[in-house]
Design a protein around this ligand. Structure first.
Ligand code: DAH
Length: 330
């Protein structure tokens, strides 16, 4: 079968001469393809005797294998060559100065929230952020806030419909969590709250962290201890604080906590109290067995006091000159 021997020489030559992948691929199709040379050879054997067929098919298959092998070798050579020329052409100028990457910084509000979380984690609290869209029941009714309470007005609350609103306080989370869990429990609820207000000390969105403990025999001294220690931790030990009797519909007794500012005036930083028995009743907790205390603090307020920031709006203006001052907090 002289023709077949010649064929192998021709193929070898073609493969050797191919100098790009495309050429090599077309050689592959030409010989090994469905209508390629090898298959045609096999088709031409149909009039041969069985003996001869066997013999030639063996020879054809050997050449086929050699062809595949040779094509793969050439392909590798070509890939290496392509890579080499690419590397040569794409010279890297190592003398160029590097690009500077500016580090971001943690926003002071986020920093405060993280700080508060860390403090309360150490006392066995869990943290849940909850929903920002609430219904009237969780935000007001279940918290014992009367139907005619002024905070329900459009002037204070962003209503989204008859019964939907942007939560005005994280206290709404107390209801969700007490309904869902069995006491004992200790939670903090950090998150965004919304009120229709805008001036140097109020923004329509701000952050609160709510705290809640439901246990047997929890009393006001526990609440006082926790808040006292938290405030001293957050503002350093130098600060003076006082508990002032106050009123919230969902706590009894209620108190507000003030701290002494640099110009010797008292400034309110949080509200707190023993959770009202009616609120516990609303969430099916027996107030003869369990007692609960709660507190709610404004994150912007305490952050402003800690860093001496005079306008709350600077937190949300994204002025880099302001934000950059907190870099060390990373
Ligand atoms: N929800 C109150 C507010 O937004 C703050 C507050 C006061 C939360 C007393 C409490 C609490 O949990 O016991 O003004």
């Amino acid at each position: 079968m002289l023709m077949l021997e010649k064929l192998w020489n021709v193929i070898q030559n073609e493969i050797k001469k191919s100098n790009n992948i495309k050429m090599l691929d077309s050689i592959k199709i030409k010989y090994l393809g469905k209508n390629g040379v090898f298959n045609n050879y096999i088709k031409d054997l149909k009039n041969f005797s069985l003996e001869e067929k066997k013999k030639y098919i063996l020879i054809i298959n050997t050449i086929k294998k050699k062809t595949i092998y040779q094509i793969n070798i050439r392909k590798n050579e070509l890939y290496k060559y392509i890579l080499k020329t690419r590397i040569q052409n794409e010279k890297i100028d190592i003398s160029l100065p590097g690009r500077k990457i500016e580090y971001g910084s943690i926003h002071p509000i986020r920093y405060s929230i993280n700080y508060i979380k860390d403090f309360f984690y150490k006392l066995g609290f869990q943290s849940i952020s909850g929903f920002e869209i609430e219904d009237e029941y969780h935000n007001f009714d279940a918290l014992n806030i009367p139907k005619n309470h002024p905070s329900r007005n459009d002037q204070d609350t962003f209503w989204l419909g008859e019964n939907r609103l942007l939560r005005t306080q994280t206290s709404s989370m107390q209801i969700h969590i007490m309904k869902k869990n069995k006491p004992p429990m200790r939670f903090i609820f950090p998150g965004k709250v919304y009120r229709n207000d805008y001036d140097a000390t109020h923004t329509p969105m701000f952050h609160q962290v709510e705290g809640l403990i439901v246990e047997k025999n929890i009393n006001f001294t526990h609440l006082k201890w926790i808040i006292y220690n938290f405030i001293h931790d957050f503002f350093s030990n130098k600060i003076s604080i006082r508990f002032r009797p106050s009123y919230f519909p969902f706590t009894v007794p209620s108190a507000e906590v003030d701290i002494m500012t640099n110009n010797k005036t008292w400034l309110e930083v949080l509200g707190c109290g023993m959770v009202h028995p009616l609120v516990l009743k609303n969430v099916n907790i027996n107030s003869n067995i369990y007692s609960a205390c709660a507190f709610g603090l404004g994150v912007e307020r305490i952050t402003m006091l800690r860093y001496g920031i005079s306008d709350i709006r600077s937190f949300f203006e994204n002025d880099l000159r302001f934000i950059k001052q907190f870099k060390y907090n990373i």
